[in-house]
Design a protein around this ligand. Structure first.
Ligand code: 4NP
Length: 163
């Protein structure tokens, strides 16, 4: 077992939302000087884009914010991922349902936006990260901002927990 906290961001294709979340989380952790405390990755529930770099719009949006996205798309590996990662963070209710269906331990599965402090107490329907794949560039910017707030809140919570 690693003494680092394992954080796995999960979406459908692993080319838009979860690679952005992974890059943002790593960037914020680095800025806070806590990068080495975490084992961070992202994955998809589908296999269409396995082996690909993130969507060009995700890369461009992150780059505008000074963030690189290291991800190469991969599919979730149920047994090893559920063993390795302490937190499994789906983007929406479909991602979460699928994770639970394939055996993810429910206690480790949390909607990523549930860590956004401004959403505490809100209904789950307001905590979704919409799939930007079929939309325009502005959808990627909105997703980026949602994930930035969620990742900052997540880091706040994990820092308190490890004190
Ligand atoms: P993501 O977006 O789940 O945020 O990576 C998608 C990318 C590709 C597809 C679906 C969602 N696709 O169906 O190919």
């Amino acid at each position: 077992m690693s003494d680092r906290t394992g954080v796995l961001f999960v979406c459908l294709g692993n080319i838009c939302r979860s690679p952005m979340a992974e890059g943002i989380f790593l960037h914020l952790a680095e800025a806070r000087g806590v990068w080495g405390r975490f084992d961070v990755d992202s994955c998809g529930l589908g296999s269409w884009h396995v082996g690909e770099r993130p969507d060009a719009r995700a890369l461009a949006t992150a780059a505008r914010h000074g963030i690189e996205l290291p991800s190469i798309a991969r599919k979730v590996h149920p047994r090893s991922d559920f063993d390795r990662f302490d937190l499994l963070l789906p983007m929406d209710l479909e991602n979460r349902a699928r994770l639970l269906e394939i055996g993810a331990p429910p206690s480790r599965v949390r909607l990523v936006r549930s860590f956004d402090p401004s959403l505490v107490g809100r209904p789950e329907g307001e905590m979704l990260v919409p799939d930007p794949y079929h939309g325009g560039d502005e959808g990627f910017e909105r997703v980026f901002e949602m994930l930035e707030r969620a990742c900052a809140g997540l880091l706040d919570q994990l820092s308190i927990a490890s004190r």
